[in-house]
Design a protein around this ligand. Structure first.
Ligand code: HEC
Ligand code: HEC
Ligand code: HEC
Length: 299
């Protein structure tokens, strides 16, 4: 069989060694048992047990070996402990505290998240923020308008297994930065394979701003804030299209990017101007990504 497969699929050069690995593990299994005969008995017993309890009682003429019963109990206990630990770990793993429990470079993200809302605070780089509501992680932690009692790290940062494995290996190998380079929308959704806007307009969050294809519906976005004196979501400049995360910052004061040209508009409490943003990032020691505003953008 394996040989046939090999012939059919020449790419599968490893299957031969796979088979020998399997053989090796088989040998190991039987080596674990006292004798090959024992091993054989164990498997048949296990098979019987798997079939049904009553069937086993009817068919087994020899008394069930005590050792085997004990082993079954130990296995049950181990399984129960593993399941309980697994569930416990999973729940702990979903808490904001977990993120910072292992990774020191998560401290400032947990700190910004945990700050009290609507008051003076500090951003992920240690800068003062005049109103913590300007940091989306803080604002969203508990928010009447979301109708959710609590939004956790993983509600915004959807955990994809591949990403977590990658974080794990980076943690083990020490291959990470502190402070981290700032992520923009596209980085944050890279693991989901979706455009950056979907970080905010994913189906669990600002889904009412989505279009039929799951992307951003810019008409709805614009309509959602028409009541503002100067509508930050206005699509007046079709050619200036910014990601949500260019203005809405998770762990530092949000940036009113339009002030790069419109210097007469009111900046919301705690937010910073385009110019202030340039300074914050210059002092952060990390790379500034995103739109660089220049007069030539508007024709
Ligand atoms: C050019 C900057 C900018 C961009 C880009 C931007 N926003 Fe906003 N947004 C603002 C400002 C400014 C406010 C007002 C905040 C305040 O008053 O505290 C706001 C408010 C909001 C609000 C609250 C509206 C309300 O009724 O209170 C939501 C929700 C929102 N934005 C979602 C988004 C989403 C989703 C995107 C991306 C698709 C986005 N924004 C892109 C600047 C921006
Ligand atoms: C409201 C959504 C939201 C929540 C909740 C949230 N984040 Fe973020 N996070 C963001 C955004 C947006 C960014 C992009 C960078 C920024 O704006 O600061 C980000 C960026 C990050 C980054 C990348 C590094 C960087 O500076 O860009 C890390 C790490 C991170 N968050 C960790 C956390 C942890 C840990 C928690 C929970 C304690 C958390 N986040 C909660 C929205 C959120
Ligand atoms: C590169 C400079 C530049 C940037 C950045 C810029 N604008 Fe403008 N904007 C202009 C100029 C110049 C005008 C006047 C000419 C025109 O109407 O296009 C204008 C006019 C407008 C108008 C119509 C007139 C008014 O003042 O009400 C709106 C609405 C507007 N901008 C919204 C925005 C929004 C929202 C942003 C941020 C997402 C933004 N602009 C970013 C240069 C800019």
């Amino acid at each position: 069989m394996a040989d046939n497969n090999n012939e059919k699929d020449p790419k599968k050069v490893t299957s031969a060694s796979d088979t020998s690995k399997k053989d090796a593990s088989k040998e190991e299994n039987s080596a674990n048992s006292d004798t090959p005969k024992d091993a054989e008995k164990a498997t048949t017993d296990a098979q019987k047990e798997a079939h049904s309890h009553s069937a086993k009682e009817e068919t087994s003429d020899k008394p069930a070996p005590k050792k085997h019963k004990k082993r079954a109990m130990v296995v049950t206990i181990v399984v129960v402990v593993l399941v309980v630990a697994g569930v416990g770990f999973y729940q702990w793993h979903n808490t904001p505290q977990f993120c910072a429990a292992f990774c020191h470079n998560m401290d400032q993200y947990l700190a910004t998240y945990e700050e009290p809302q609507n008051t003076q605070g500090v951003d992920k780089y240690g800068n003062e923020v005049s109103n913590t509501n300007a940091m989306m992680a803080t604002l969203h932690r508990h928010n009447e308008t979301t109708g959710k009692s609590e939004i956790r790290c993983m509600d915004c940062h959807h955990a994809i297994v591949g990403e977590q494995v990658s974080e794990g290996t980076e943690w083990i190998s020490g291959n990470y930065y502190d402070p981290l380079d700032e992520r923009v929308g596209d980085d944050l959704t890279k693991w989901w394979g979706e455009p950056g806007g979907n970080f905010c307009v994913n189906e669990n969050c600002h889904a009412y701003l989505r279009d039929g294809n799951g992307g951003i519906n810019y008409d709805r976005l614009e309509a959602s804030t028409v009541w503002m004196d100067f509508n930050p979501h206005s699509q007046h400049h079709g050619d200036i299209q910014m990601a949500c995360t260019e203005c809405h910052k998770g762990h530092r004061a949000s940036v009113y990017m339009c002030t790069g040209c419109h210097d007469d508009i009111d900046v919301p409490d705690g937010w910073v101007t385009y110019q202030e943003n340039q300074e914050i990032m210059a002092n952060s020691g990390t790379q500034l990504k995103g739109t660089q505003i220049s007069e030539s953008m508007v024709r």
